[in-house]
Design a protein around this ligand. Structure first.
Ligand SMILES: Nc1ncnc2c1ncn2[C@@H]1O[C@H](COP(=O)(O)OP(=O)(O)OP(=O)(O)O)[C@@H](O)[C@H]1O
Length: 366
């Protein structure tokens, strides 16, 4: 498939800080890619480089087959034809919603504005003024405005972060549909794993200016490339294990490996250079199940985080009190309470990583 956005060896430094480091990435025509990473990892800088608000120190950016940034060549933002949806909608307060969307368009502007408002679920609201809309509706206008000139690439910078949680879920899916219907190629920057996993075709996980892993949401969650990605995307336990015959034993009892293989932590990961190598098992909380007394390993319930559709149980495992997590997903009733003794076991195969004891300690739960 042809790539609408191609980044090659992109680097941006701010004094001693390398915000984006030799980053290469392709986004295919019509694809929605989420760039997911913690605060300060360089996500916004990456977006600003593509939009043209920052000049790259090294590397190349191609948009729709055109080179917009290369060593010594920096195309101005307005010439790149990249649509941007910022964190705050920043609409023109004195212009109607339709005029905001049509701003900068030439022929057929009115019709196109109406089409785009329809696309984001605001059909018929074109004559309103921005202050007559809710925050969520204003953000929809910002999306319609970015889509209106039919840019080859749309960039969305944490566009839902200022909204209530209840609004966010609905808006995410509506925006996703609007982008798909418009056939847009889009890059969404977010630190919110739910947002990245639920909206994107592919997720690029970023840390310290580099991409640690890129793949489908299911790949990122089920086959994280390293312990850091495993911990960053979703709740996870990384439990040291020791071999016992053909089985592996952990604080959660016996665990079965996916393939018997241990995934290597990337060699660039300096933390792994010293110390002994201890296999770590990645156990997701939904893999931990309650067992009848006498089965599984004993544990004590420390805390219950109730979410309605599920509940996260924080456990204390074994004599050492190793922390553990369990997710109950079978209904709104929680059959355990803090202080209760339970028995648990791990259901299904786990993924293994080569890690150090220190690393396992670093991933201990709160
Ligand atoms: N204009 C600037 N001048 C100096 N340093 C900067 C500038 N912009 C970003 N940085 C630094 O570059 C690094 C990456 O910042 P960036 O804003 O891209 O991260 P981010 O992942 O978007 O974070 P957040 O989610 O908090 O916005 C940080 O260390 C930041 O302090």
């Amino acid at each position: 498939m042809t790539s609408t956005l191609q980044l090659t060896g992109l680097t941006k430094r701010f004094g001693p800080v390398t915000a984006v480091n030799q980053l290469s990435l392709n986004v295919a025509q019509g694809e929605l890619l989420a760039v997911l990473g913690p605060s300060g990892c360089g996500k916004t800088t990456l977006l600003r480089l593509v939009a043209g608000f920052e000049a790259a120190d090294e590397g190349e950016i191609r948009v729709g087959g055109r080179t917009v940034s290369a060593p010594g060549a920096h195309m101005a933002p307005h010439r790149r034809k990249v649509g941007v949806v910022p964190q705050e909608p920043s609409l023109f307060a004195h212009l109607s919603v339709a005029k905001n969307v049509a701003f900068g368009l030439r022929r057929g502007a009115e019709r196109r504005a109406a089409e785009c408002l329809e696309l984001v679920g605001l059909g018929g609201l074109g004559e309103r003024m921005p202050h007559e809309l809710s925050g969520g509706q204003q953000q929809r206008v910002a999306v319609a405005r970015a889509l209106a000139p039919q840019p080859p690439v749309v960039l969305l910078d944490e566009p839902f972060s200022a909204l209530d949680a209840s609004l966010r879920g609905e808006l995410r899916q509506d925006v996703r549909e609007a982008l798909a219907e418009a056939g847009s190629t889009a890059v969404l920057v977010t630190h919110d794993q739910d947002e990245a996993l639920s909206m994107a075709d592919r997720v690029a996980v970023m840390r310290d200016g580099e991409i640690r892993q890129i793949g489908s949401p299911a790949q990122i969650y089920r086959e994280p490339a390293d312990p850091w990605v495993a911990q960053f995307v979703g709740d996870a336990m990384l439990l040291p294990v020791r071999a016992s015959g053909s089985a592996f034993l952990s604080a959660l009892g016996e665990v079965a490996t996916e393939s018997g293989a241990v995934s290597g932590v990337p060699e660039t990961d300096g933390r792994n250079a010293a110390g002994t190598c201890a296999p770590l098992a990645l156990v997701r909380p939904e893999q931990v199940r309650l067992r009848p007394p006498g089965d599984g390993v004993p544990a004590t319930v420390l805390r219950v985080d109730y979410h309605g559709h599920d509940a996260l149980i924080v456990l204390s495992l074994g004599a050492e009190g190793t922390p553990g997590l369990m997710r109950l997903i079978d209904g709104p009733d929680v059959p355990v309470e803090p202080g209760q003794s339970v028995h648990v076991s791990v259901h299904g195969p786990v993924r293994m990583y080569a890690g150090t004891e220190a690393e396992a300690g670093a991933y201990t739960l709160d």
